[in-house]
Design a protein around this ligand. Structure first.
Ligand code: APR
Length: 237
């Protein structure tokens, strides 16, 4: 039997039990911050200081949170199957710290910052990189200001052709902790269904695209995912 090809797409819900706020739950980030004030290119042009301080606070929070059982369960899944593509909408580094490798961050990452002149990104997570002053690149002769390495609303998500290639050829497509509000991520389950993949959802409540999933598990990812991965990998060495 050919090796099963698996694609996992995670959203903010997988990091919720680590203490990272989601976006659209009660007390979510978008309840306190208007998207257009902190997560759009226009916001950056209009008042870069407000945007910068919003992301610096979220970058500092990375030092205070730890991966939870759901992140570790996905790392276990990757270790047991050869073809697991892990795609995340999250910008935290909890998948990597939970043991996952080759994570595709389609909405960017908090750990890295992007040079406004060259577009190159660099990891900047030292103490001196986490204050509220703007930071400057190390790649240009005359250092240029760095911006958050985040895909803002209206910008193009990363590595979409790689993501669609994986989704259109997978046997199993699993979504964990996403409300299905944001495209193109919310469209991936439809692409998986079109290719005949089995589609599984693990989420605290029914998201708006719940009908697209063949199998649904409602509950906390930190509790459900370790058991599900145990089940999916039980007959594998
Ligand atoms: N376990 C499983 N699911 C959970 C948990 C949990 N412990 N806690 C919350 N959830 C679910 C919520 O029910 C919700 O459906 O996770 C989902 C989180 O949805 P959102 O806050 O909308 O986050 P997400 O779907 O990742 O948002 C997508 O929108 O704002 C942009 O770029 C941002 O990447 C983000 C994108």
């Amino acid at each position: 039997m050919t090796e099963k090809r698996i694609v996992v797409l995670t959203g903010a819900g997988i990091s919720a039990e680590s203490g990272v706020r989601t976006f659209r739950d009660n007390n979510g980030l978008w309840e306190e911050h208007a998207v257009e004030d902190v997560a759009t290119p226009r916001a950056w042009l209009r008042d870069a200081g407000v945007v910068w301080r919003f992301y610096q606070a979220r970058r500092r929070q990375l030092l205070e949170v730890e991966p939870n059982g759901a992140h570790v369960a996905l790392a276990n899944l990757q270790s047991k199957f050869e073809h697991v593509t892990l795609v995340t909408q999250n910008v935290d580094d909890l998948h990597e710290r939970g043991g996952s490798t080759e994570v595709i961050h389609m909405h960017g990452e908090l750990r890295t910052l992007r040079c406004e002149a060259s577009g190159r990104n660099e990891v900047r997570m030292q103490t001196q990189d986490l204050a509220d002053d703007f930071l400057f690149c190390t790649c240009c002769e005359l250092p240029s200001r760095l911006r958050p390495d985040i895909v803002w609303f209206g910008e193009v998500p990363m590595q979409m052709s790689e993501i669609y290639n994986a989704v259109e050829s997978c046997d199993l497509f699993i979504v964990v902790g996403s409300s299905g509000h944001v495209y193109p991520a919310a469209n991936l389950v439809h692409a998986a269904n079109q290719n005949g993949a089995h589609t599984v959802l693990v989420n605290l409540e029914h998201p708006i695209n719940a009908d697209a999933f063949k199998e649904i598990h409602i509950g906390k990812a930190g509790e459900l995912l370790p058991r599900l991965v145990e089940e999916w990998t039980s007959n594998r060495s």
